[in-house]
Design a protein around this ligand. Structure first.
Ligand SMILES: NC(=O)c1ccc[n+]([C@@H]2O[C@H](COP(=O)([O-])OP(=O)(O)OC[C@H]3O[C@@H](n4cnc5c(N)ncnc54)[C@H](OP(=O)(O)O)[C@@H]3O)[C@@H](O)[C@H]2O)c1
Length: 238
């Protein structure tokens, strides 16, 4: 990827989004970083600048269209264009289905499905002006498979996959390329609030996920990485 590439990352305050921001900063990217929690986001932006990138932190709730519009405007005002979007904002509720609250279902849908549509279409409107761009989304393996307790979470991720595939169909002739990242478990704060027996030391690292994003962003002109399925070693071919 070229120095100065303008990349917007949601969910950049921690986990996969943060690791991706820092990796892309080392490659000289111009970053627009979004999440709700400002102090953490500002700290990531500062670290990104120290690693050689440009970075602005824009507090944003991806479920709020007006905030998403402001986010995109700030990116364009700062860098003139958006070359790539990395949709990392997400929430996880994995809990027996009988224990899911209505709010659990609404929140996972609002952030993981509706939020992805709102951000992607707002960014795509800018990309269409420049006749191209890349959209990389870590939908996770729960966007393709299911596990016990994932009714709300898998529904939100399968919904995001459907939405992203539909948008790819709409804009593929205008140069917008979509990548779906099917990542197995990644050791991030995502799992802190999930009440499950976990072997976090056997999970992927956030840096592994960031490497997959970099690979997708860097694919040669004229090619597109449709999908990456990256699992911890314990999950070979299952
Ligand atoms: N960890 C895994 O095992 C794994 C595997 C596959 C896929 N994924 C997916 O990858 C994405 C990132 O996961 P992660 O592990 O990095 O999670 P994480 O560590 O919990 O980080 C989630 C990020 O999303 C932001 N966010 C949450 N709600 C938001 C909202 N309404 N508006 C804007 N930002 C919001 C959070 O910041 P604020 O709370 O400050 O807003 C944070 O920056 C998620 O979509 C997740 O489903 C995760």
């Amino acid at each position: 990827m070229g120095t100065g590439m303008s990349i917007l990352i949601t969910g950049a305050s921690r986990g996969i989004g943060r690791a991706t921001a820092l990796k892309l900063a080392e490659r000289g990217a111009s970053l627009t970083l979004a999440a709700r929690g400002y102090p953490d986001l500002a700290a990531v932006a500062e670290e990104a600048r120290q690693r050689g990138g440009q970075a602005i932190a824009v507090p944003t709730d991806v479920t709020q269209p007006a905030q998403v519009a402001d986010l995109v405007s700030e990116a364009v005002a700062s860098y003139g264009k958006i070359d790539a979007l990395v949709n990392c904002a997400g929430v996880g509720v994995i809990r027996p289905t009988l224990e899911l609250t209505e709010d659990d279902i609404d929140q996972t849908y609002a952030v993981n499905t509706k939020g992805v549509i709102l951000v992607t279409r707002a960014v795509a409107a800018e990309m269409l002006k420049n006749k191209g761009g890349r959209v990389i989304t870590p939908v996770g393996t729960m966007g393709r498979f299911v596990m016990r307790g994932s009714a709300a979470y898998s529904a939100s991720k399968w919904g995001a996959v459907g939405a992203l595939k539909a948008m790819a169909t709409e804009w593929q002739r205008q140069g917008i390329q979509f990548t779906l990242l099917y990542l197995g478990g990644v050791d991030t704060p995502f799992w802190d609030a999930i009440d499950m027996k976990l072997q976090r030391d056997k999970m992927l690292r956030a840096e592994d996920a960031a490497d997959a994003v970099l690979y997708a962003i860097s694919s040669p002109a004229g090619s597109v990485v449709n999908e990456i399925l990256l699992q911890p070693e314990s999950h070979q071919l299952i």
